[in-house]
Design a protein around this ligand. Structure first.
Ligand SMILES: *Cc1c(COP(=O)(O)O)cnc(C)c1O
Length: 212
């Protein structure tokens, strides 16, 4: 099946109030254009340089989502155009996004990545530190914290995945001012949606497997 068919099949299975971020990392611009021509506007990338070069080439009404880990010194390369940064997990990073957003006279939407996976990972904020990061963000006029993002453990154990999504959803529900709950990928988005995701990030189910 082609990209357009994959996309339409996916969209027909999810409620229209769910935002689908089409994860296009490693894929050529023509693949993104095919999805764009089928109506897709939200695209996710995990490398800043790759996202910036696609942004230069592709239509300017695309909303670019940085879904990968961000190094502070690279924020400046995406600040002119990035729509949402999904993996904010430190005050240092948030400060830099504020600084670069201000330089570009923009407001950048951010999601705080919460560490929910059981597996050992350096990325994501412990839930216990969320409150203080949200508090600190009030001093940053060029940044809006729109919601939370999480990645479940890479496992075939659906009970574990569900448990991790439930934990993130519970945290999300305690913060009534947050609008976006970004969780779920090709392998686990049906569980994420059952547990309350408002945004899913799907790559291989749309564009096919990636060859790194
Ligand atoms: C690659 C990636 C995805 C999409 O993965 P698929 O399994 O191809 O759907 C989603 N979220 C993040 C953070 C990713 O890095």
């Amino acid at each position: 099946m082609g990209i357009k068919e994959n996309l339409n099949k996916l969209l027909s299975n999810i409620s229209p109030n769910i935002t689908l971020v089409a994860v296009s990392k490693t894929k050529p611009e023509n693949d993104l254009l095919e999805a764009y021509n089928a109506g897709q506007r939200d695209f996710g990338e995990n490398k800043i340089q790759e996202m910036a070069s696609k942004w230069e080439q592709l239509p300017k009404d695309i909303r670019w989502h940085m879904i990968g880990h961000v190094q502070t010194n690279k924020v400046k390369y995406m600040a002119p155009f990035v729509h949402t940064v999904h993996a904010v997990d430190s005050l240092k990073l948030l400060k830099e996004i504020q600084k670069q957003a201000l330089k570009n006279n923009r407001v950048i939407e951010c999601l705080i990545q919460i560490r929910i996976a059981e597996e050992e990972t350096k990325f994501g904020l412990p839930e216990s530190e969320l409150e203080s990061l949200l508090e600190a963000s009030k001093n940053f006029p060029n940044v809006i914290i729109k919601g939370l993002m999480g990645m479940a453990t890479f496992t075939t154990n659906n009970d574990q995945i569900r448990k991790e999504f439930k934990q993130l959803a519970a945290c999300f529900k305690r913060h009534k001012d947050l609008e976006i709950l970004s969780m779920g990928m090709s392998g686990d988005f049906p569980i994420a949606l059952e547990e309350g995701a408002t945004m899913i990030r799907v790559g291989s189910k749309i564009f096919g497997e990636r060859n790194y």
